[in-house]
Write a new protein. Sequence first.
Length: 199
Amino acid sequence: MANQDNLFKIRHNNQQPSSGSLLISEPFLQDVYFQRSVVLLVEHNPEGSMGFVLNKKTDYILNSFFPELKECDDIPIYLGGPVCSNRLFFIHSLGSSVVPQTIPVNNDLYFDGDFNCIKDYILQGNQVEGKIKFFLGYSGWTKGQLGVEIDANSWLVSKKMENKFMLSADGEASWKSSLELLGKRYETWTKFPKDPHMN
């Protein structure tokens, strides 16, 4: 008798990961960090990969860690991944002219940089939502590890999402919308129960 999980299995889409692409978890992945997650790769090379889970908001706000920001509107922090979970990271669309020492992810999206410049930007009353996103920890893969996981159909690779999505993604709805953009074949994933044995 065929394993029930195989009834729901859909193979990955043969896209190769690169900096700026998204990893979309398969529907039954049970890992606490990656269940129904969308991960932005900010670095990908032969030595390994680094990214941030975009759609898992924590209960923390940036303001509570930096007293100078306490009068600002609440700024959410997302769960970037299991590595260095006590360190703050960020992505943004502000560019190197506003945030020196930043690393380009694609043409209009950047990773990290001078945090003091980020604080100055916020304190000047500039918009944060849709411009900057903060994370605790990151997701990392050693040499060859991500390729093995993709071949095992744990992830789909997508290059269809705009930067606006990266900076605003939140919750399972974002996981579903990223799949729907890949077409009917993968849209069916959004209808699967989290645990196929309970259906």
